[in-house]
Design a protein around this ligand. Sequence first.
Ligand SMILES: NC(=O)C1=CN([C@@H]2O[C@H](COP(=O)(O)OP(=O)(O)OC[C@H]3O[C@@H](n4cnc5c(N)ncnc54)[C@H](OP(=O)(O)O)[C@@H]3O)[C@@H](O)[C@H]2O)C=CC1
Ligand SMILES: CC(C)=CCC[C@@H](C)[C@H]1CC=C2C3=C(CC[C@@]21C)[C@@]1(C)CC[C@H](O)C(C)(C)[C@@H]1CC3
Length: 429
Amino acid sequence: MPSTLNPRTTSYEFLGPLGALFITLGVPLGTYLLFFACSEESGGCPPTLVPAHIFAALSDGAWWKGLWDTQATLLYLGWYSFCLLSWAIIPGTYVEGTTLRTGNKKQYKINAFPTFILALGLTLGYIYLFGPQSFTFLNDKYPGFITASIIMGVVQAVACYAASFRPGALLALGGNTGNHIYDFFIGRELNPSIGSFDVKTFNEIRPGLILWTLVNISMVCSLAVRRGGFANVTDSLWLVVLFQGAYVADCLYNEPAIFTQMDITSDGFGFMLSVGDLAWVPFVYSLQARYLVFTPVKLGAVRIAAILLVKLVGLYIFRSSNSEKNEFRRGANPKNLKFFTTESGSKLLTSGWWGTCRHPNYLGDLLMSLAWSLPTGFRTPITYFYVMYFAVLLVHRQRRDDENCERKYGKDWKKYMELVPYRIFPYIY
Ligand SMILES: NC(=O)C1=CN([C@@H]2O[C@H](COP(=O)(O)OP(=O)(O)OC[C@H]3O[C@@H](n4cnc5c(N)ncnc54)[C@H](OP(=O)(O)O)[C@@H]3O)[C@@H](O)[C@H]2O)C=CC1
Ligand SMILES: CC(C)=CCC[C@@H](C)[C@H]1CC=C2C3=C(CC[C@@]21C)[C@@]1(C)CC[C@H](O)C(C)(C)[C@@H]1CC3
């Protein structure tokens, strides 16, 4: 029911209910498809399976049964419980989020980084004691883990959607259209919580993001087993695993930074975020590392240096632009950057990174994503899927942010767009 607190949403994103339905079916299918399109099981990357083989497999019940793995499901449940327990047990300070429409502020427990360190420590200790062959199961049982994580995502999305109809629930401004398919996909309730436990932030940065690093470590173990020890693991795989591990560590170390991001301040928690966080992130983002297990690539010093350069330039743009904005939002301006004050009282930077384009942090993030694919070489475009998907996601996200800011700042945002005409790539886009 629309109300003053929860007005009816009158516009759609993602091409409305049809687009939402397409992505709802496409994300789980795409997660499996990327596995079968790029794996040893289907003959490599790209696969060598001909359509006749594919139809034969699909009409075979045993193939479908292979998507379910009871052991993988139990291990996944164990992993999810570990994350929940760590959140509850590991001490952490409480930090306030942004002000909600109700005038209240949520309190979030900050202990994602110690959870990551604990998970990493236990995993590395286990590998040290029992050898690399003891930790290849995430790679060996990949489709089973995909299924388990999708089920977890769907169950949570359904539960949160049902719970969002209780009286008093604060809904996302974009998730109350009244169309069940669309609202279920985009997320109806803004901050589903159980007591002080916030479902959305927990899922966004813990069970999926940390699992991504563990899946990558499992790939290193798989290659170590194949090649007779960690010393023979290829430089390309080490590079991918270190780059992506550092990205995850950076996010978890800066946990409070996510409380001002669009997903947390504006989006509801629906299918997009639950299955995106729990299945898509760990099992699609680890594609490059998985590929490098069955297609080892030796880079050598020159190519490592070139890839490092791309990564470091990306990291520099990502970090320095985010710091400029974060410091400025905290009331500091150590570089004396130019800004103007909007009618709402909030200020917008017009020089430094935020004067070159409206989303310099996206540019840095994109460059880093390219550096995660370059180590796989150029034998297949499939290992560049992440870069392509990420470019589409960020272009779309930038447009959504422009719309949100226009709603927030009105004609002041138009003035900012005139002063800073480029969206992501200075002088290009
Ligand atoms: N790896 C992955 O899969 C993904 C990674 N990301 C990354 O997440 C990060 C966060 O992205 P996101 O939440 O989209 O957005 P940003 O962190 O870029 O924040 C956008 C907000 O910044 C404020 N802002 C915009 N322009 C200015 C300015 N000139 N001066 C001061 N403040 C300004 C506005 O909010 P206000 O004015 O209210 O402060 C605006 O809504 C990005 O680095 C992105 O690359 C995102 C999606 C997926
Ligand atoms: C269509 C589809 C597959 C949608 C799902 C999108 C989600 C996978 C992403 C939406 C925003 C995300 C963010 C991160 C991970 C991917 C999702 C959930 C993020 C946690 C990755 C780490 C970064 O440092 C981050 C904290 C900036 C980032 C926040 C947004």
